[in-house]
Every structure is written in structure tokens, then in C-alpha cells.
Ligand binder design. Structure first.
Ligand SMILES: Nc1nc2c(ncn2[C@@H]2O[C@H](COP(=O)(O)OP(=O)(O)O)[C@@H](O)[C@H]2O)c(=O)[nH]1
Ligand SMILES: [Mg+2]
Length: 196
């Protein structure tokens, strides 16, 4: 619609809140950092000896810091849609924050390390119970998976309705594709709810 100054008024993009969740050291902070068009807000703290035997990032990891509150980043999908990404802290002892972070979210990407599936159950459980549309994204550390996707689906006992995708947390386009699957799920849910 033309404004009084003759310029077209362009509607701002619709903000959509998406969570990037998952266990400890699976690549959540990396995921948000790869795609964010602003310098991501991170809350990384040095891991200390107090975490030894408690927070295990896996043998292959060079991880020396950990997220203590959340990661935040954003990415414009197109003129009508802007995603606001909230990365959760991974440790289950921070689980109390997930309810708050999930408020207002339309969907979630649950990041999984195929070599440490045990660490992924709490996040999958949380989103199953919360009834929030989610997609399981298996972060292919160095391009390899410890198990194939069928075995991972079986081990995590996720329903057929939950998409399971392989992606690379360090690669912007790969993260974008995984987030588009989340958006697709969220849109699908919104359309079904509107019809009901
Ligand atoms: N080789 C490899 N390392 C990764 C990948 N994704 C994350 N990392 C590393 O794994 C460690 C944990 O990643 P981070 O994003 O901090 O995990 P978070 O705890 O889930 O936020 C960091 O040292 C990352 O640099 C990946 O796809 N390949
Ligand atoms: Mg992190």
C-alpha cells in the first residue's frame, strides 16, 4: 500500500521462535553460530575440573567451554519470515530452563550426536511431551555417522511423524536445510490446528 510519502509500506517479516536443543556437546552452539546473520549471543563459560565425570563431551571433542544460559541468533528466511534461534544449555541439570525457553516457540531442532545417543533422550522426551513440533538433526561430526539413520530412529524410539535428518552443524547451508524442515513441520501443525 502506498504511504503518504509515495513509498510502499513493506510489512516487517513475521518473527518465528525456534529452539535448538539437545544434549551436552552435540553442536547446538555451533549450529546457531553457523547460520546467524548477527554475531550470535553466546553464554559460554570455561569448563572446569568440577565438570569432569559429569559433563562428558565425548572423546573426539576439543570442547573447552560450555553454554550456561543460552545461545541466541537470528536469520532472515525471506521478506516475510525471520527466525529467532534460541540454543538451550545441554546439561539435564539445566532442564528447568527448557520450559521457559520453549514458551512461544513454534518448533525445535533437536541436535543429536550419533556416537552419544544416550545424551539425546532427555531432549527428545521433552519435546514429545511438550507437544511442540520438532525435527531430530543428527550432526555428522566429520561427515560420518556412528549408526545409520534407521538405527538411530529405532534407538531413540521417535515416532514416524518426527522427521530425522542428517546435517553438519558447521555448514550454513546444511543448517538452513535442517531449519527449513523444522519450519515445514511447524507450518503443517499450524495448518492442521486452523482446520480443526
Ligand atoms: N568435528 C566436528 N566438530 C564439531 C561439529 N559440531 C561441533 N563440533 C565441535 O564439538 C564441540 C561441541 O560443540 P558445541 O556447539 O559447543 O556443542 P553444544 O554443547 O551442543 O553447544 C565443539 O568443540 C565444536 O567445535 C562437527 O560437525 N564436526
Ligand atoms: Mg552450547
Amino acid at each position: 500500500m502506498p504511504t503518504t510519502t509515495g513509498r510502499r509500506r513493506v510489512a516487517p517479516p513475521i518473527p518465528v521462535k525456534i529452539l535448538v536443543a539437545g544434549g551436552f556437546g552435540v553442536g547446538k552452539t555451533t549450529t546457531v553460530g553457523s547460520i546467524s546473520e548477527i554475531a550470535p549471543l553466546t553464554t559460554e563459560a570455561e569448563m572446569t575440573t568440577a565438570g569432569i565425570g559429569v559433563d562428558d563431551p565425548g572423546q573426539r571433542s576439543g570442547k573447552t567451554t560450555t553454554t550456561v544460559a543460552m545461545d541466541f541468533g537470528c536469520v532472515t528466511i525471506d521478506r516475510s519470515l525471520k527466525l529467532y534461534l534460541f540454543g538451550t544449555p545441554g546439561q539435564t541439570r539445566f532442564g528447568f530452563m527448557w520450559d521457559d525457553l520453549a514458551r512461544g516457540a513454534l518448533g525445535a531442532l533437536v541436535v543429536v550426536d550419533s556416537a552419544r545417543l544416550d545424551d539425546c533422550y532427555p531432549a527428545v522426551d521433552f519435546f514429545e511431551r511438550a507437544g511442540l513440533p520438532f525435527v531430530v538433526g543428527v550432526n555428522a561430526f566429520d561427515g560420518r555417522l556412528a549408526h545409520d539413520l534407521g538405527a538411530i530412529r529405532w534407538a531413540l524410539a521417535i515416532g514416524e511423524h518426527v522427521p530425522l535428518v542428517q546435517f553438519d552443524a558447521r555448514d550454513r547451508l546444511s543448517v538452513r536445510d535442517a531449519l527449513l524442515v523444522v519450519l515445514d513441520r511447524a507450518l503443517d501443525r499450524a495448518t492442521r490446528e486452523k482446520r480443526a
